[in-house]
Each structure stands twice: as structure tokens, then as C-alpha cells.
Design a binder for this molecule. Structure first.
Ligand code: ATP
Ligand code: MG
Length: 596
């Protein structure tokens, strides 16, 4: 997919976000204008006793705290928080913690950190909108009893196998359970038995009584509550029955006065049940009206990237990467450590827009957004990642033994106000090994015997030759320089040079560890084929080198984002870097090297 990069076409993309059209229509029609807000989530009475809702719309971001967030979640965060921001609304941060297992405080903290780092806040109108779904268990239970009393739900004691068999399939209607005809009083008694721990896990479920012949299988008496004798991190041992996601989610939205409940496409078939449930609860006067509406968009699939918390957890647990924040991970903590900025992720989310049809976004789209964000910001620096020594043989004679000529370069080429970097030019310099060839390939215009190049911000030199060791490996390159050619001085271009190369001075360069990261997977759609996803891991996704970097980097703090001239974007590692112990991660190259 191609993505427009100028501002104008970005505006067009914004307009084509179908969710914006829906919201604008709702605002125009005043769909939610009369609703009240009780100051906190609650039932119909709570809200109706409140004030007119100060939020024009309410959206929510509802992760399950069972792992770290990834780039797909970033899309959802930018979308939900972005829409609320743009339309005078509020976006709720909600932990969908209705499942008693798998949840951990580490994940809760990690998720909050990620959302904040991306630049969003759940504080609005003087209050925090941070909620957890398990706080609504009491209401959910009450809603279930209401449905039972209204003849809209029943306790089914078929075995799970019978239930599955009797559900039918696309071509075959379901078969009524023998328990479907039970009266309300008996159902209520059995449901309370479930709640009171009198039944074992799996012995019964509470089901909605809708239509076993519905063409939509999700309406064939979906399960609302199941028995699970498990401790919950928030409610402890209070409950041994837990609501099903499909029952819980619409209720969470309704209690929080959500207007636009945005989810991914796989929930499209659940929408009729979402509306069925909220319509019934509205009729019963339990929830505020008008109730929320669900809208679906295509989840993000990004080439060369896994976007499944479960599979990412496997990579971490089995040690294929060094933790959730490994810079090769597509987690928000991983992208952050890799050098991505919040702005670049927001820009990416904006550019890819919101779609109804699922497809794969090319990984380069993410990197282009990153470069567009970093280019105007990142300070420049020169480094030698794979250094070989260059000796200027006529230096001492011309300039005096041991002379160091001070040189300067702009911190940023388009921002003179950011000042200059300073370093020295002397007899011995470090250059890239690839910038010398004994026998130049066609079109090569860097150092080879007889060729002249400019050492950027320094002098023009002519290559004389090179020393090699017994194995033929180049140990030192030799050149002579031309006086009067120092960059920025009058007449500096009196000697013409074919190419320009970067360098650092042997006397003032600082040693640094540089981690050259590449894609974690070598196939464009990892985890989707027959093959085990582990077999698709790129074995060359990390190369660690010891580099020489210019002295301006000696004191740079962790998290500093830089452009190493001719090499790409790098960041001082958040965890391992410190002044005096420099560690840089390659964020991305200057251009897409994976493009066909
Ligand atoms: P995973 O399968 O990785 O666990 P999930 O959908 O189960 O993802 P949740 O914690 O339930 O994870 O997700 C929270 C929100 O993030 C949901 O509203 C979901 O729609 C959204 N989301 C998750 N993955 C993506 C994705 N790839 N693209 C867009 N939105 C996503
Ligand atoms: Mg999930």
C-alpha cells in the first residue's frame, strides 16, 4: 500500500476515516446530546442523577492486561484517544480484566506507561478515567438476574460437548437444549447455586434465550456466565462465576457512557448480540440511554512483524529475544528502546488511517514515518562503525608534528541555531573499511590508489595505497592531503574530489558499542503459514560492533536520538548507555534496504 506523505494528502486521509464521518453525523444529529453523566461509571439511576455529560463523545481503549502492548495496539490507542481529543470527548482507559487468570500487575503498569508515552492521557474534566471491568461484576450479576426474571436467560446443564453439538453450524440450525424451557424461578435458583459454589467448573452455564435457529451463530443462545473456581486479582475469591467477554464488554461500555465502541473486525458478528443485550437492559431501565454503538475496523497487520501478544510472549518466554523491550520487538517498549518516537507512531497511525478491509501494511510505511519525524530533529554525528585507520603521510611535514586542526560541523544542517559540533583533524583518522578498495569496482568513487575524496568537514585527500597483513586484510590506508582545501575556508574547492566520506580522529574519537538491529523475521507474513514461526526468525537480526564515534557524543544522555551521517538513525540505549559507556542502537537506515 502506498501512503501519501505530504500534509495535504494526510488531510484527505483523515477525511476518509469512516469513523470520523459517523461521529460527525452523531454530533450533528445530537444523538447523545441529552445524555447525563453521573461523574463515574454506573447504572441508569447513577447517570440520570448526574449532570449533562461534559464529554461530547466517549471512546475507550480496553486491553486485557495479559502482556505488553504492540504496534497494533498503538493504532487502536491513537485512534480512540485521537478521536476523543479531536471531537471534544473523553477516552477511557479500561482494563478488561474479567478473566481471572493470566493477569499481572507488571502488565498493568506496562500498559499505562505505554499509553502515557504515546502522548495520551485519561485525565479529562478534572477526573481520571481509568477503570477496570472487574469493578462492574456486581452490576453484571444484577443484569444476569434481570434477564433470567424477564425470561431472557436460562441455566443450561448440558455437557460442553452436547452444547457444542447442539449449536449446529452455518448450514444447520441449532437444537434446543432440554433446559431451555425451565421457568424463571428455577433458573434463578440454579444461577444462585452457580454463584454460591454448589456446581463444579463446566457443570452449567447461563445462556441468553434468543434463537437457536438464527443464521448468526452468535445469536444461538450465547453463554453469559461460566463457572470458574479461580481467584481474581481484584475481587479475590468473591466470585466463582465469571461473565463471558461478549456479555461483559457491552455492559462495560454502557456503564461508562461510551458512545462509540470501536473494535476490530472479528467482532462484527458479535454486534447483533451487543445491540440485543443493550436493548434488553435499556428496556429494563438498568442502563443509561441511548446506549453505545459498536463499530469495527481492520486490525493492523504489518509485514515482517508479529502482532499477537500470545506469540510475542512465546518469543520472550523461550528466550528468542531479550525480553519484551528487546529493540527487535514490535512492542511499544521495544519500539521505544529501538529509538522510535511517540510522534512517529502517531504519524504512522494517522497515515495508515482506518479501514474496513483487512490487509497488510508494508513495514517501510512505519520506517518512513520514523525518518520523517527524526530527520528534522536528530542531531548529526560522524562515526566509524567498521573502522580502519587512514594515515595522512604528508601531515606532520606540512602542519607540524602532532598538529590537530580544529574542525566544526552543524549539529543539524537545517537548524544553525542548534550550534556546532567540534572535533579535530590530525595525521591519523578512522574511516569505514568499506570506504577503501584496492581495485575499485565500477562507479566506486571513494578511496582507491590515485583517487581524491573529501573527508567531510575536513580536507581533500588523495589515496596513495594501503598496508595489508599476511591474510591480505587492509590494516592501514595511506593518503596525502591538500593544504588550503579545508571545508568552509576560501578556495577549499581548488582541488576537485570525486566523493565525500566520513571519518573521526584517532586522537579524539570515543569508543562505543553499536547494536546493529535488523528485522526479527525474514518472511513478510510471519506466523501465518504452515511453517513454525520460530523457523521464520531472521538469524542476522542483531550484530554488535565496537565503533569509534566523534567526541560530541561522549556525554550524550540515554535516549538521545541521532543521525550517524551516511549510516542511519541511532539512539543511545535507554538501559545500557551512560556517559563514559556508550551504547547505541540502530533504529533504521537512511533508506529502505529491504525494498525489492
Ligand atoms: P492480541 O491478540 O495481541 O492479544 P487482543 O486484541 O487480544 O490482541 P486486547 O488487549 O484485547 O488484545 O486489545 C486491546 C485493544 O487493542 C482492542 O480494542 C483491540 O481491538 C485492539 N487491537 C489489538 N490488536 C490490534 C491490531 N493488530 N490492530 C488494531 N487494533 C488492535
Ligand atoms: Mg485478547
Amino acid at each position: 500500500m502506498t501512503v501519501p506523505s505530504d500534509k495535504e494528502s494526510r488531510e484527505t486521509l483523515k477525511a476518509s476515516n469512516f469513523l470520523r464521518q459517523i461521529i460527525e453525523r452523531d454530533l450533528e444529529q445530537g444523538s447523545y446530546a441529552q445524555r447525563c453523566w453521573g461523574g463515574k461509571p454506573g447504572d441508569a439511576a447513577t447517570h440520570q442523577a448526574g449532570m449533562p455529560d461534559p464529554a461530547r463523545i466517549r471512546t475507550r481503549f480496553p486491553p486485557e492486561p495479559n502482556g505488553y502492548l504492540h504496534i497494533g495496539h498503538a493504532k487502536s490507542i491513537c485512534l480512540n484517544f485521537g478521536l476523543a481529543r479531536d471531537y471534544g470527548g473523553v477516552c477511557h482507559m479500561r482494563f478488561d480484566d474479567t478473566n481471572p487468570e493470566k493477569e499481572e500487575q507488571e502488565y498493568v503498569d506496562g500498559i499505562l506507561d505505554a499509553v502515557r508515552w504515546l502522548g495520551f492521557s485519561w485525565d479529562a474534566n478534572g477526573t481520571s478515567h481509568l477503570f477496570q471491568a472487574s469493578d462492574y461484576f456486581d452490576f453484571m450479576y444484577r443484569a444476569a438476574e434481570y434477564l433470567i426474571e424477564a425470561g431472557l436467560a436460562y441455566v443450561d446443564e448440558q455437557t460442553p460437548e452436547q452444547m457444542r453439538a447442539n449449536r449446529g453450524d452455518f448450514g444447520k440450525p441449532g437444537v434446543d437444549s432440554a433446559y431451555r424451557k425451565r421457568g424463571a424461578d428455577e433458573n434463578l435458583q440454579r444461577f444462585r447455586d452457580m454463584r454460591d459454589g454448589k456446581l463444579a467448573d463446566g457443570a452449567a452455564v447461563l445462556r441468553a434465550r434468543i434463537d437457536m435457529a438464527s443464521p448468526n451463530i452468535n445469536l444461538r443462545d450465547p453463554a453469559l456466565y461460566r463457572i470458574k473456581h479461580a481467584e481474581h486479582h481484584n475481587t479475590g475469591n468473591k466470585w466463582c462465576i465469571y461473565p463471558m467477554y461478549t456479555f461483559a464488554h457491552p455492559i462495560e461500555d454502557a456503564l461508562e457512557n461510551i458512545t462509540h465502541s470501536i473494535c476490530t473486525l472479528e467482532f462484527e458478528d458479535q454486534r447483533p448480540f451487543y445491540d440485543w443485550l443493550l436493548d434488553r437492559l435499556s428496556e429494563g431501565g438498568l442502563i443509561n440511554t441511548p446506549h453505545p454503538r459498536q463499530y469495527e475496523f481492520a486490525r493492523l497487520n504489518l509485514t515482517y512483524v508479529l502482532t499477537s501478544k500470545r506469540k510475542l510472549k512465546q518469543l520472550v518466554d523461550e528466550g528468542h529475544v531479550n525480553g519484551w523491550d528487546d529493540p527487535r520487538m514490535p512492542t511499544i517498549v521495544g519500539l521505544r528502546r529501538r529509538g522510535y518516537t511517540p510522534e512517529s507512531l502517531q504519524l504512522f497511525a494517522e497515515r495508515i488511517g482506518v479501514n474496513k478491509a483487512s490487509g497488510w501494511i508494508d513495514f517501510s510505511t512505519l520506517e518512513i514515518a520514523l525518518r520523517d519525524d527524526l530527520d528534522p530533529k536528530a542531531a548529526r554525528a560522524m562515526v566509524a562503525l567498521d573502522p580502519v585507520k587512514l594515515v595522512i603521510d604528508n601531515w606532520d611535514e606540512a602542519m607540524g608534528t602532532g598538529h590537530i586542526e580544529p574542525c566544526a560541523a552543524p549539529v543539524h544542517p537545517h537548524h544553525p541555531e542548534r550550534g556546532q559540533r567540534h572535533f579535530g583533524f590530525g595525521r591519523e583518522l578512522w574511516i569505514e573499511r568499506t570506504d577503501f578498495e584496492q581495485v575499485p569496482p565500477k562507479g566506486y568513487n571513494r578511496l582507491f590508489p590515485g583517487n581524491k575524496v573529501r573527508l567531510k568537514y575536513g580536507y581533500v585527500v588523495e589515496c596513495i595505497g594501503a598496508d595489508t597483513d599476511a591474510s591480505g586484510q587492509v590494516t592501514t590506508v595511506h593518503a596525502r592531503f591538500f593544504q588550503g582545501t579545508k571545508s568552509g575556508t576560501p578556495g577549499s574547492d581548488s582541488v576537485k574530489a570525486k566523493g565525500v566520506i566520513t571519518w573521526v580522529g584517532v586522537h579524539d574519537a570515543v569508543s562505543a558499542q553499536v547494536r546493529l538491529y535488523d528485522r526479527l523475521f525474514k518472511v513478510p507474513q510471519p506466523g501465518t503459514g504452515e511453517q513454525d514461526v520460530l523457523a521464520e526468525i531472521n538469524p542476522d537480526s542483531l550484530k554488535v560492533v565496537t565503533a569509534w564515534v566523534e567526541p560530541s557524543l561522549a556525554a550524550c544522555p540515554a535516549d538521545t536520538r541521532l543521525q550517524f551521517e551516511r549510516h542511519g538513525y541511532f539512539v543511545a540505549d535507554r538501559k545500557d548507555h551512560a556517559p563514559g559507556r556508550l551504547v547505541f542502537n540502530r533504529t533504521t537506515g537512511l533508506k529502505d534496504t529491504w525494498a525489492k
